[in-house]
Design a protein around this ligand. Structure first.
Ligand SMILES: O=c1ccn([C@@H]2O[C@H](COP(=O)(O)O)[C@@H](O)[C@H]2O)c(=O)[nH]1
Length: 239
């Protein structure tokens, strides 16, 4: 079984992040660098993780005019990241510009183009929160609508909650990779996440990659927590 776990390195300092990478690299599939860590430690931290041989998911959720987003994506390709995020709410032209910048910059630099993931509806939102910002309060419908926009734009992946994965699999072309945060092992604290499933449930529903932060990084022994999750996944995949 391919290791589907990306650990969210939501820590404030580079030394803490690199310590987690050293400890967890043998038991997870890659590492996600988000706004907190990137703002604190910047591109050097991404380069340091890549130099340790680990895949990086740069989760900065670009949402801006097409020109700005395409330039940000090109900069991310130069960092040699394997996945990055853009908000689908940025619109069709922005999504197309992001995908094109990823492919073009990768071909100019001789790299593999990173997977540009369209973030649909954040896993911290429920129907009521969507209505507050003027969107369809039916989460599944809103996710599907944004997912189809991402397909039209030529994207090859999406971020959604594990609850939407099974429905999206019926709808989307097989090329679309589904990346799911909102993963909570049985009994763990949901925190600010509203739409969650366990790691096993998410994989069974058809998720390709699981983003897991606090259930691993907030555990007293992060490596043991990651190993427990992975062995649960292996048992399910053998069953
Ligand atoms: O819809 C989304 C998009 C991104 N995230 C990010 O994933 C991790 C989840 O961390 P946990 O500690 O496991 O909750 C975090 O970095 C978010 O920024 C998300 O949760 N939902």
């Amino acid at each position: 079984m391919r290791n589907p776990i990306y650990v969210a390195l939501d820590v404030p300092r580079a030394d803490q992040a690199l310590e987690l990478v050293r400890e967890l690299a043998p038991v997870v599939g890659g590492f996600k660098v988000g706004s907190e860590l990137f703002t604190a430690a910047g591109p050097d931290l991404v380069r340091a993780i890549r130099s340790m041989g680990a895949p990086v998911f740069l989760d900065l959720k670009f949402h801006d005019i097409p020109n700005t987003v395409s330039r940000a994506v090109a900069a991310a390709v130069h960092l040699d990241v394997q996945m990055l995020t853009v908000h689908t709410l940025g619109g069709l032209a922005m999504l197309q510009a992001a995908e094109q910048a990823a492919r073009q910059t990768a071909s100019e630099t001789g790299r593999t183009a990173p997977l540009v993931l369209g973030v649909t509806v954040l896993t911290s939102l429920d129907g009521a929160a969507l209505a507050e910002v003027g969107c369809d309060d039916h989460v599944g419908r809103q996710v599907e609508r944004l997912a189809m926009l991402a397909v039209r734009a030529g994207l090859r992946g999406l971020v959604c909650s594990p609850l939407e994965v099974a429905g999206l699999r019926q709808l989307l072309p097989p090329r679309m990779q589904l990346v799911t945060p909102g993963i909570r092992p049985e009994g763990s604290d949901p925190g600010d996440q509203k739409r969650t499933l366990t790691p096993q449930e998410a994989l069974e529903a058809g998720a390709d990659w699981l983003v897991i932060g606090r259930p691993i990084t907030g555990a007293p022994r992060p490596r043991e927590a990651a190993e427990r999750i992975l062995s649960g996944l292996r048992e399910t995949s053998r069953a």
